[in-house]
Ligand binder design. Structure first.
Ligand code: NAP
Ligand code: GDD
Length: 327
């Protein structure tokens, strides 16, 4: 008690849970927004349950946000909540716009009314670059989103820049490339692979079915990226920062490495493809240039591709060999 106060939306998600751990370790008092679900989803928060203050609310409900911000009375706000799965944004585009786009304006309004000096971090995304205009992408690369999710993130990004310019609020965007971990949702490709490979290795499944194996991503490790978020809000001036490893690999390479970690040869026989996992518009390749984050924030990702794959496959092997089926 008595440390700096931070408010995190999306605290039950991958990044929110790692960020809560990081901030608690730094002595912050941490408040997290949790929405009502029919089955509570607190599995990522096991390490912080005792210390974390949870507040009821939803990014689609203005009054709940205003109330939560007032109760938390934070110096730093990290807006990580979103409908974050690109494929679902095609089947639920309006909901995605409500949460991932308009939700940000609702939270900005709540913060502006409560205390305009609060430092605000927005979880912007490399998905905004979409149909890429240059390689690698940095803070100056134009946006060309390819999904309702990407479109909503572009709206949110510009809303943050606009509130910074219009009202002088200390708002920053982290434009983060894909980052993964054993806490990644099972529907995202890296976790679908690590979970699938572990099941195959343990004799619980025979194959994995995926979409586009040639998609290329700049994959990093989530705990490294929450450190970037914190460093962003420690600056005296707000700004926008790309977070990336600078290295890109295909889904096929991720598969190959994952099967290698599990000691399985002839992996192609265990992989099927189904066009139902292809997207109406695909982001074929993303690779970021994190030079500005290195120069200004002193940030560098520690975990690289092969180690990331090893961490994820080993974690799923361990979880599944204990007979735990959930995430
Ligand atoms: P995630 O695991 O999907 O977590 C999303 C969080 O948002 C969950 O806590 C979820 O709560 C919450 N949420 C969803 N709808 C909500 C609503 N209506 N009201 C309040 N909370 C809601 O995502 P993540 O990977 O941690 O990513 C964190 C943020 O960074 C997201 O904004 C994502 O779009 C962005 N981002 C992620 C990456 C990446 O590679 N991971 C890269 C760039 C940007 P429930 O648990 O209740 O569902
Ligand atoms: N999910 C999934 N499932 N993706 C597949 C599959 C599959 O079976 N097969 C191939 N892919 C390809 C997708 O078409 C995409 O090109 C790539 O794998 C990565 O997909 P995801 O892991 O779902 O992530 P994403 O890149 O679309 O989005 C993630 O990263 C963004 C940052 O660029 C999410 O975390 C977003 O919230 C985040 O903003």
């Amino acid at each position: 008690m008595g440390g700096r106060r931070a408010f995190i939306t999306g605290v039950t998600g991958q990044d929110g849970s790692y960020l809560a751990e990081l901030l608690l370790k730094k002595g912050y008092e941490v408040f997290g927004l949790v929405r009502r679900l029919s089955s509570p989803n607190m599995s990522n928060l096991q390490t912080v349950r005792e210390e974390l203050h949870t507040l009821d609310g939803d990014l689609t409900d203005q009054s709940s946000l205003s109330h939560a911000v007032k109760l938390a009375d934070p110096e730093e706000v990290y807006n990580l909540a979103a409908q974050s799965f690109v494929a679902t944004s095609f089947s639920q585009p309006v909901l995605t716009g409500e949460i991932t786009g308009l939700g940000v304006i609702r939270l900005l309004e709540a913060v502006r009314a409560h205390n305009p000096s609060v430092k605000f971090y927005q979880a912007s995304s490399s998905e905004m670059f979409g149909h890429i205009a240059q390689e690698p992408q940095d803070e100056t690369t134009p946006f060309h989103p390819r999904s309702p999710y990407g479109v909503a993130k572009v709206y949110a990004y510009w809303a943050c820049v606009n509130y910074r310019e219009a009202y002088g609020l200390p708002i920053s965007n982290g434009i983060l490339f894909n980052h993964e971990s054993p806490r990644r949702g099972l529907e995202f490709v890296t976790r679908k692979i690590s979970d699938g490979v572990a099941r195959i290795a343990l004799g619980k499944a025979d194959s994995i079915t995926l979409g586009n194996l040639e998609a290329r991503r700049d994959w990093g490790y989530a705990p490294d990226y929450v450190d970037l978020m914190w460093r962003t809000l420690q600056q005296s001036e707000p700004g926008d920062f790309v977070g990336a490893t600078g290295e890109a690999h295909t889904v096929r390479e991720f598969l190959q490495e994952a099967f290698k970690v599990a000691g399985i040869e002839n992996w192609e026989g265990h992989v099927k493809t189904d066009p139902k996992f292809n997207r109406p518009a695909e982001v074929y390749a993303l690779r970021g240039n994190p030079a500005k984050a290195k120069r200004v924030l002193g940030w560098e990702p520690k975990v690289r591709f092969k180690e990331l794959v090893r961490i994820m496959v080993r974690a799923d092997l361990e979880r599944l060999s204990k007979g735990q089926s959930g995430a």
